[in-house]
Design a protein around this ligand. Structure first.
Ligand SMILES: CC(C)[C@H](C(=O)O)[C@@H](O)C(=O)O
Ligand code: SF4
Length: 775
């Protein structure tokens, strides 16, 4: 809480400072994590790491797992087991691996047979697991969604997932503060999705790099929690580490009665609400960047290209490369038009659509479905639409929608009504676009191949996707629907407990069952434990080798390694999948001779030099650095990076180097293009050509450099700091008691803060539906 002497702080500063466990001189911070969401794609290697080191999950009470990415969205009427239900072998293995892991590590799990299952970023808020003022992580880039509650929520890679599971902390650094203020009233037909698409169009996909964006202003305050979540969800598409919105009465009303929020009117609830309402930026807080947006400038917005910044009002025309001054942008536009099969100058509303997807963690909440249903009601899906699907974000959203008859509205119109999951947002399950198909989609990424190899994605709001389905072209919803916005003030109610949750998790009786105490790894090492040991990665000192030159901007991790390769439960063997869509002829393993890594000597590259900005943006998949490493590339040199990718490389003993001076970077790229070797000398922080002539100096944070040179493993290092973690946990239990699992709390009240690891009782993990949650 601010005292008179404290300098003015932002919301981010306040929440961040409340979670610092330890801080090093170079700004490296050990941050306590309150909430950890886990899904099947980014966790198998993390659990394997824990197993190999004999480590346990430190705070099962702060960890919640579900399956969402790989699962089919067909009816579950015939569901018996995951093994029988999922046809595709790798998807099945990944889901079953999670089931095994949640059992072995005693974690709460919403499986396929649980009504509460859903997209990880939908179920956290729905259950009240996401709370204001907390730190939330997940091995998933759209963790930013949870920032809508005034939490610091960020995506992490799999190595960091392992770190959080083992230590309940994350090694990080302060981000910069960016304010995006949106004022005014939304025009009819304009929703929060249009706000965020518009913002990304203004600041670009690298606009928020290194920042946490706080969204504020009268327009944001007037939004429901659902609408706020859609905005924070896409903070990652703006390049930001996280997005945040200050909690207010709307937030508090949303949380009332959620199973994992403190019980309304309990002393904890009152204490929590008082604390939550202090969480706002001080009026004179300093911002590193400030952006002001007026709602009158926001129209229903759609994307035309292959980056979320390629957006335009629906009334506009497909842009031409000549509209861009900058060479990199001109080329990006040319490339995007070719991929999207679009002619410059075509009115957006004349573009026919093949498929419609209403779903994803951006727009699959009850409010989204209600808004889309209002547009669809009494109408029919156009005859040229091959498939229009509605994929609710969770089992509970689905149930609620059915209770309101929305499913009937959709199916009467010709939509396909599905079960919850990520579905065609990224198509790790059977829901994909065929090559050349064009989709009106409420998801968040329109990268090449995102919804299926060769598929073409146009991003838009739920009402705009509904309009496209009815018209058969990209369409302006204002011509179809009675004017209304989806920015309703009150949050729509979803029955949050479902069949699966009939009991009160905080009743005394349940407390006897709930014994989810934190596992103190320091005092309970397993026999095979290597905790405390910190060596474990190959050392990085000086690297010499060929460097592959690339000149593309915004190379996203979907391009570095597409979704079909994320189904592995191993870290190795991904080299052949690196840049798959660019490296091979479509649908074959025939190499494209034009692609740089298929040419000599670049097949043997150890370094990649990219002159375009924002390398590794997008998804948090650590498979991207794994694939580079497996190919032989240990160092990337680029002007700037997606934050999560940047972190992920270090965790694998790789070195990402930022060279901001474009002229210097071009000089390095020239050596690479000439097929000559480069030398990267980490101890001296110098890049040289093969002859030893210095080309550039580079910066690297002290702690990271130290870890790379000595091959140190973060988890081992953090384990050495367990006393500081315990001290933070004691403070946390005193000041924010509602954050502990109720089992933890019960024990804490009875005895000392430092609890013994307890045998975990039988719970609802995976197998039993109807038992209470473990909080
Ligand atoms: C699978 C996961 C790593 C990924 C992400 O981080 O975003 C996915 O959710 C996506 O949307 O691409
Ligand atoms: S962006 Fe798509 S794939 Fe990623 S978590 Fe959200 S719904 Fe799932």
């Amino acid at each position: 809480m601010p005292s008179a002497v404290q300098p003015p702080r932002t919301l981010y500063d306040k929440v961040f400072e409340d979670h610092i466990v330890d801080e090093k001189d170079d700004g490296t911070i050990l941050l306590y994590i309150d909430r950890h969401l886990v899904h099947e794609v980014t966790s198998p290697q993390a659990f394997e790491g824990l197993r190999n080191a004999g480590r346990k999950v430190r705070r099962p009470d702060c960890t919640l797992a579900t399956v969402d990415h790989n699962i089919p969205t067909i009816s579950r009427k015939n569901l018996t087991t995951t093994e029988k239900f999922i046809d595709e072998a790798d998807s099945r293995t990944q889901c079953m691996t999670l089931e095994e892991n949640v059992k072995a590590f005693d974690l709460t799990y919403f499986g396929l047979d649980d009504k509460r299952q859903g997209i990880v970023h939908i179920i956290g808020p729905e259950q009240g697991f996401t709370l204001p003022g907390t730190t939330v992580v997940c091995g998933d880039s759209h963790t930013s969604t949870h920032g809508a509650f005034g939490s610091i929520a960020q995506g992490i890679g799999t190595s960091e997932v392992e770190h959080v599971l083992a230590t309940q902390t994350l090694i990080t650094r302060r981000s910069k503060n960016m304010k995006v203020q949106v004022d005014g009233e939304l025009a009819p037909g304009v929703s929060s999705k249009d706000i965020i698409l518009h913002i990304i169009g203004v600041i670009g996909t690298a606009g928020g790099t290194g920042c946490t964006i706080e969204f504020c202003g009268s327009a944001i305050r007037s939004l429901s929690m659902e609408a706020r979540m859609s905005i924070c969800n896409m903070a990652i598409e703006a390049g930001a580490r996280a997005g945040m919105i200050a909690p207010d009465q709307t937030t508090i009303d949303y949380l009332k009665g959620r199973p994992l929020a403190p019980k309304v009117d309990s002393p904890e609830w009152k204490k929590a609400v008082n604390y939550w309402l202090t969480l706002k930026s001080d009026p004179d807080a300093k911002w590193d960047h400030e952006i002001y947006i007026d709602c009158k400038d926001i129209a229903p917005t759609v994307s035309w290209g292959t980056s979320p910044q390629d957006v335009i009002p629906i009334t506009g025309k497909v842009p031409s490369p000549d509209d861009f001054q900058d060479e990199v942008k001109k080329n990006a536009c040319k490339r995007a038009l070719e991929y999207m099969g679009l002619e410059a100058g075509t009115p957006m509303q004349e573009i026919p659509v093949d498929k419609v997807f209403i779903g994803s963690c951006t727009n699959a909440r009850i409010e989204d479905l209600r808004a889309a249903a209002r547009v669809v009601q009494g109408k029919k899906v156009a005859s040229n639409i091959k498939h229009a699907m509605i994929v609710p974000g969770s089992g509970l959203v689905k149930k609620q929608a059915e209770a309101e008859g929305l499913d009937k509205i959709f199916t009467d119109a010709g939509f396909d009504w599905r079960e919850a999951g990520c579905s065609m947002c990224l198509g790790m399950n059977p829901d994909i676009l065929s090559p050349g198909e064009r989709c009106a989609s409420t998801s968040n990424r329109n990268f090449e191949g995102r919804q299926g190899a060769g598929g073409r994605t146009h991003l838009m709001s739920p009402v705009m996707a509904a309009a496209a389905a009815i018209v058969g072209n990209l369409a302006d919803v204002r011509k179809l629907a009675p004017p209304s916005t989806s920015a309703a003030k009150g949050s729509p109610k979803v029955e949050v407990q479902g069949d699966a949750h009939m009991e009160d998790p905080t009743s005394d009786e349940d407390l006897d069952h709930i014994m989810d105490a934190p596992v103190d790894n320091a005092t309970h090492p397993s026999s095979t434990s290597t905790q405390g040991a910190s060596a474990g990665m190959p050392k990085f000192e000086t690297l010499r080798g060929y460097a592959a030159p690339m000149d593309i901007a915004n190379i996203d991790t979907d391009a570095i390694i597409p979704k079909q390769f994320l189904k592995t439960i191993k870290r190795s063997g991904l080299g052949s999948a690196l840049f798959h869509p660019w490296r091979y002829e479509p649908g074959t393993t025939t190499e494209k001779s034009s692609f740089i890594l298929n040419q000599d000597p670049f097949r043997r590259s150890k370094i990649l030099v990219c002159t375009g900005p924002n390398f590794g943006c997008g998804s948090s998949r650590e498979h991207a650095p794994w694939a580079l490493l497996d190919f032989g590339i240990k160092c990337v040199i680029a002007p700037s990076y997606g934050d999560i990718f940047f972190n992920n490389t270090f965790k694998n003993g790789m070195l990402p180097i930022r060279i901001g001076d474009q002229a210097v970077l071009e000089k390095i790229a020239d050596v690479a293009k000439a097929g000559k070797e480069l030398e990267v000398d980490l101890p001296n922080q110098v890049i040289r050509d093969g002859g030893g002539t210095e080309l550039a100096k580079f910066e690297v944070e002290e702690f990271r450099k130290h870890c790379l040179i000595n091959g140190l493993d973060d988890i081992g290092l953090t384990m050495g700091n367990v006393k500081a973690i315990e001290r933070h946990e004691a403070k946390r239990s005193r000041e924010w008691p509602w954050l502990d699992g109720s089992g933890f709390l019960a024990r804490h009240r009875k005895g000392p803060v430092k609890v013994e690891a307890a045998a975990v009782p039988k719970t609802n993990r995976g197998e039993v539906v109807g038992e209470p949650l473990e909080w």
